[in-house]
Every structure is written in structure tokens, then in C-alpha cells.
Design a binder for this molecule. Sequence first.
Ligand code: HEM
Length: 525
Amino acid sequence: MTAGAHGPLAENTGPVDNTGHSRGSNGAGPDKNPGPAKNPGSAGNPGPAGSPGLAENPGLVDVDTTHWLDAALQRVPLRTGPLAPPPPGSGLEPVPGDKGLPFLGLGVHTLRYGPAFQLQLLRRHGPVSWWQAFGRRIVAVSGPDAVQAVLVNKDKAFATGWPAVIGPWFDGGLLAMDAPAHLADRRVMQTAYGEEAIAGYVLRMAEDAEAALARWPLGRAFTAVPAIRELSSEVTPRAILGVAYEPAGRRIMRAVEECIHAETAAVRLRIPGTSWYRAHRARRLLLAGLTRAVPAARERAGDDFLSVLSRIGGPDGDRFSTRQLAEHALFTLIASHDTTVVATLASFYFLGRNPEWQARARAQSLARPGGPPTVEALGGLDVLERVVKESMRLVSPSPINMRVAVKDTEVLGHFIPAGQLVSVCTGVNQLMPELWHEPQRFDPDRFAPDRNEDRVHRLAWAPFGSGAHKCIGLHVGMLKVKATLDAMVRRFHWEFPAGYEAAWRFSSLPAPSDGMPVVLTPRTP
Ligand code: HEM
């Protein structure tokens, strides 16, 4: 049973049109575009006869109420009301939303259901709404037009909202910066993410993934989540810093993980023993180490990210100070790690649930020349490309992009006051039936050239974000994930027991709560 049918959270669950406007009856932007939902990308692609698509992945698009906690959460009173009164005569509407419980608000719902919860907000209130979580009121924008309005940010009304939410761990990195400094630094860094530069990183990543996977146990149960996290750690230091994983790279990645863990810390005081305290210590050590590493990286003329960046942006180019280079490198370590873990995990999960796709991916990987794949060889693996894109559609590694209003503004006719935190829900767009044919179904061929469902709107598929902060490492990220999966399908086979359904949770980035137990078996030719 799902909350689509029961409880106060199910109120006003009328369909939305393809701009994300609710066609329910709550007055939040309905009736402006009441035409039937269109999905041009799905025309002529009705899926297999008797397709079980609608029953697939229900937990990703809706709220399961079979567990007592979910049933209880669905009974939380919404306490619906406006966010802030619009200025008189502005013609703007207030943002509608839900307060939920005192202080806690609907915070537990947010962490437990992620995009499925925000999809509920969209259904209830339309593309611009607010909700309370842990004492904070956050505006959610969902649906392609609202998301586009904020990320394109035409009148510069929004700044990055990440530091306010997750803490100082990104400080000095691109995602913590705003125009004009952001644009200037990003321009310089672009070369370090260009085609020529990334060939070196990707080759190292592919070699290290191969070596790490050779140590994975076959024929006995193990849990995929920590293993894939460790794998990403092993694959990162040589490519990004030119440092071997053992022993220095391991220590560096542990410290990076301390910073990532603190993003969701409840206690934000530097009290020894807390994750906040450990993260401050980790960041200090990382910055000191990276600052020391920059001169050597510049000298060695290597093809790792830090060497390339130090040469392009270093004092010779008179652009970045050593400290700035260290901060950019640290943020790159953070940005490239967890996101690719989730993309790999999601792809691993869906390949394990869909053996026919695993077989197709394996056939293509085995057909390429042996050895660690080059960028060109990875580019030829179009089956894996579609699998990864579809997996990131269903489980978006970074399903929200945080922004803050720097002045009074509006989104789709709704008043947003200065200082308001805004969660841009790209992950919701990726699940909307108005944009995707049977969105809960794992169907990588929706990205095939004859369907191109993602082209229905430029914000329909946006796991890498959009606008000024769009992921600068998206090619590196895609290639890292593909190189890892390529090495996996060449080496072993895996399948989840029939009926296995991972319970994805969203406390930091998405991850299954059970660690995803699985048995790998050696590949048979
Ligand atoms: C599957 C993997 C990845 C995903 C899904 C992903 C996702 C994202 C998203 C959504 C943003 C924008 C956030 C926002 O606008 O609020 C972003 C920004 C960024 N990402 Fe990625 N990322 C991935 C891999 C990587 C990798 C591998 C690197 C570096 C090697 C990287 C470096 C960055 C940087 C530096 C930014 C900030 C860009 C800016 O602010 O101008 N990402 N990423």
C-alpha cells in the first residue's frame, strides 16, 4: 500500500501537467495549464505487453506505508499555510506549504523518502511549495519550469545555498562560490576538466578499479555499499592527487569521508567526539597536506588533476594562490567521491535486478580490446551509458541543488522573500509521469536515439544540475562509473534474489538502508 492512497499526506494528489503545475484543487498554481500531460518521448514506446512497469521500484516514486513508521509518518498533521505574505499590489501568490510537527516538521519524511516526499509536495501544492524540517522552512521547487527558473537564475536572485545547509566543508570550492569570483575560477579550472586532461585521470581510475575489484570476494555474501564506497576511495587519490592509495591515499580519503559525514550532523558544535569536531580536524589536516603538495605537483609535470590544475592556475599563471589550489583540490575530492559512489551503487543495483541488461553490458565490454579502457573505448560502451543514465534518473546521486534568495524575488508567480533557502528538486523531475513514460520502470532504452525521452525538456534529466554550477566533472564522473562497471561485468556476475527491493534512504546522499547484500559469482564465458 502506498501513501498515494491514504493519510493526510495523500491529500490533493491530482496529476500535474508537464510544467509541474498541480491540476488538483488547492489553488497553488492549478488550472493555468490544464491540458493533458504529454510525453512526446514515449510515443510509440508503450513498453512490453503486460509490462509490470507500474509495479516496479514503487519505493522510489511513492511512499510505502506497510512499515509501522511509514504509516505513523503519514498521519503527521500537515498544518498547511502560506510561507510569507507577498508585497501588496505585487500580484504574486504566497508559497503554500506544510509545517508538520513542531520543530521536526516533516524532516523525517525528507530523510526517509527523498524525491518521493518532494513529489508529494508537488502533487499537493504545485511546483513551488515549502515545508518545515528541523526548525527550518525550506522552499521546494519541482517540475521543469520552476527548476529552470531558479537554476538559470536570470535576474541573479539566487546564490549557492550549500554552505548554509551542510557546513563549511565546501568552502573555497566552486560550489561554495558565487559570481563573479565563481565564474572567473571556473573558467580557469575548465582546462583541468577538458578532454585532453581527463584522459590521464580516467586511465588511472580504470587501472585502480581493476586492481581493487580483483580483491572482491566471490562466492560468498558481502555488502555492496561499503565495498563500492571503498572502491571509489581506492580509485580517487592517484587520479586526482597523483598519490598512491596505500598508505597516504587511504588516510586522505578517510579524512574526506569525515567531512562528508558531517554534512548531516545534528550537533554542530566543535565538541570532541562529535562528527562536526572530527570533520573540522580532517579539513584542517587535508588543507595543510594539500598546501604542501601543490609545489611538488607543479614540478612533477604529472597528468593527475592536482598537477594539471597547479600548472594552469598556479602562481606562474598568476591566478590561484597555493591555498586556493588546495581548496579547489579538496572540494574536487569531496564532489567526485560520494556522487560517483551513488551512481555506481544504483547502476550495480539495477544491473543485479535486470540480468538481461547485465548480459548486454557484459557482451559489449568483452568485445572491446583488453586492458584498462581508454576514454574512447568507454565512449563505445553505449549499453553501459544508457544503464548509468537510467540508474541516475531513478536514484539521482544529488537529487536536490540548494540555493538561497539574495533578494525578494518570485518563481512562477510565487513570492520568495530574501534569505529564503530553496531546494531545487531535479530528482523529482526525473520521476514525473508527465515527462517520462512509466517513470518507475528501469528502462535504459528510453535514452536510445530513437526515443530520447530525456529531450522532452532540458530539465527533465538533470542529475548533474544545470546553470552556472552545472557539474564541471560530469565527463570524469560518467567515465569513472562506466570504467568501474566495465571492470565489474568483465570479472563477475551478480543477481539479487527475486523480490529483493532496496530501501533507499536520503539522510545524506541516497543509499540503501540494508547495505545491499549480494553474492558475486565468477563470470562464465
Ligand atoms: C555521477 C557523478 C556526479 C554527479 C551526479 C554530480 C553532480 C553534481 C551536481 C548536481 C552539481 C551541481 C550542484 C548544484 O548546482 O547545486 C555538481 C557540481 C560540481 N561537481 Fe559534480 N557530480 C558528479 C561527479 C563529479 C566529479 C567526478 C567531479 C570532479 C572530478 C565533480 C566536480 C564537481 C564540481 C567542481 C562542481 C561545482 C561546479 C560549480 O559550482 O561550478 N563532480 N555535481
